[in-house]
Design a protein around this ligand. Structure first.
Ligand code: SAH
Length: 371
């Protein structure tokens, strides 16, 4: 009989599992907190469970875990990027992002520590500006693999991880069930106790599941990678636009706001002369009047594509001057706007730079650790 992997099971599933073994349901509670609050890797460590039962558990079940095969800390801003090996040998990355004092004027960021997690190995969406997109898609991560990124990153961090952003490799809303299960586990008070409003799910625009998330009242923050309000340009940059055009996407986002009353964030990478014109500015201002939102301006991080072609070959970051003027104009028009810093750019840990290369250049830069 194949052993059951308990990592990634929700509390209810663990209670059911306990019952199947002829145990009281509260054993599910016990296992839940050992797995997620204490992060144990072996049944032997579950010291409030009898030796007999621990032996039985080891016969019928396993506990998978991730190995942080290495990590790397930016000497400039303290961003830490983890490289995790999955049990089938594939690899993914997660990033701890320290609070940015420049972005956060007025906000209480002193106690905040954010982890950016991956949800897929690679990504099927092929956004033309993104390194993960260029890797292609291999598979979805399991709920256990998503939760384990938090558990393992926490072990290496002296401070408590308080916020999770689903903005690493992959499209979270194409791995809906597993992502939602991971959120259920992470937000549980017996686990890492992360508030659902401290969790942000970022999507390239998988509109149908934005609606589903609203209907299921998940109450997490929604971020949408918008990047332009020109449907034709968006389709060239982000092929998902052909499946969910902008009007369908924005309807879903409005619906999310109406159901949850949580302001969505629109992420907007500034590309020189492509989406940073006055016309683009006007469209963004109009949008912000229609949907209460925040706008996150992201500098474009250039990617070492092997052979950039088509629109990818033309992408350049906007100039600093244009970026400030764009942001100032949004502010003057009462748009709530933030500038995403490029934390971690020196270690390829900034937005859109996550791509696991074979024999990545770990070991060549400052602050490298091998675990
Ligand atoms: N698939 C999800 C989450 C992963 S991408 C999504 O699309 O939202 C996380 C963020 O990084 C997105 O806003 C994405 O558009 C942005 N991003 C991707 N490539 C980038 C690059 N080269 N420079 C800056 N931001 C980038």
């Amino acid at each position: 009989m194949k052993k059951k992997n308990l990592k990634g099971l929700t509390l209810e599933e663990l209670e059911d599992f306990a019952e199947e073994l002829g145990q009281p349901r509260y054993r599910g509670w016990q296992i839940f907190s050992w797995l997620y609050a204490k992060g144990v890797k072996r049944f032997e460590e579950m010291s409030d469970i009898s030796r007999n039962l621990r032996g039985r558990l080891a016969e019928v079940a396993t506990i998978s875990h991730l190995d942080a095969s290495s990590y790397e800390t930016s000497s400039i801003d303290g961003t830490t990027k983890f490289l995790f090996a999955l049990s089938d040998g594939l690899r993914i990355e997660s990033v701890i992002i320290p609070p940015d004092p420049i972005d956060s004027i007025g906000a209480d960021t002193g106690k905040r520590l954010t982890l950016c997690v991956s949800t897929q190995v690679g990504c099927p969406l092929d956004c033309k500006f993104c390194a993960t997109g260029a890797m292609g898609y291999t598979r979805n991560l399991t709920p256990g693999e998503i939760v384990d990124q938090v558990i393992e990153a926490q072990k290496h961090s002296p401070r408590r991880i308080t916020n999770i952003v689903y903005m690493g490799m992959g499209e979270p809303l194409m791995n809906y069930e597993n992502v939602m299960k991971s959120i259920e586990i992470l937000t549980h008070r017996r686990c890492l106790n992360i508030g659902s409003r401290h969790i942000t799910v970022s999507t390239a625009g998988w509109a149908v599941n934005i609606r589903r998330m609203a209907d299921e009242e998940r109450k997490v923050k929604l971020a949408v990678s918008l990047h332009t309000l020109d449907n034709g340009l968006r389709a060239r940059l982000m092929p998902i636009t052909r499946k969910y055009p902008l009007d369908i996407l924005l309807d879903a986002v409005r619906y999310y706001y109406q159901r949850t009353r949580l302001r969505p964030t629109f992420e907007y990478i500034l590309f020189r002369d492509l989406n940073d014109t006055d016309r683009d500015l006007g469209q963004l201002i109009t949008l912000a009047r229609k949907i209460p939102c925040k706008v996150n301006i992201i500098p474009f991080h250039s990617i070492d594509f092997m052979n950039p072609s088509g629109v990818a070959a033309t992408l350049r970051p906007s100039t600093r001057e244009r970026m400030s003027a764009f942001v100032d104009a949004l502010r003057e028009n009462h748009v709530m706007v933030f500038v995403r810093s490029s934390a971690g750019e020196d270690i390829n840990a900034a937005c859109g730079q996550l791509a696991v290369k074979e024999e990545a250049s770990f070991g060549e830069k400052a602050g490298v650790g091998v675990v």
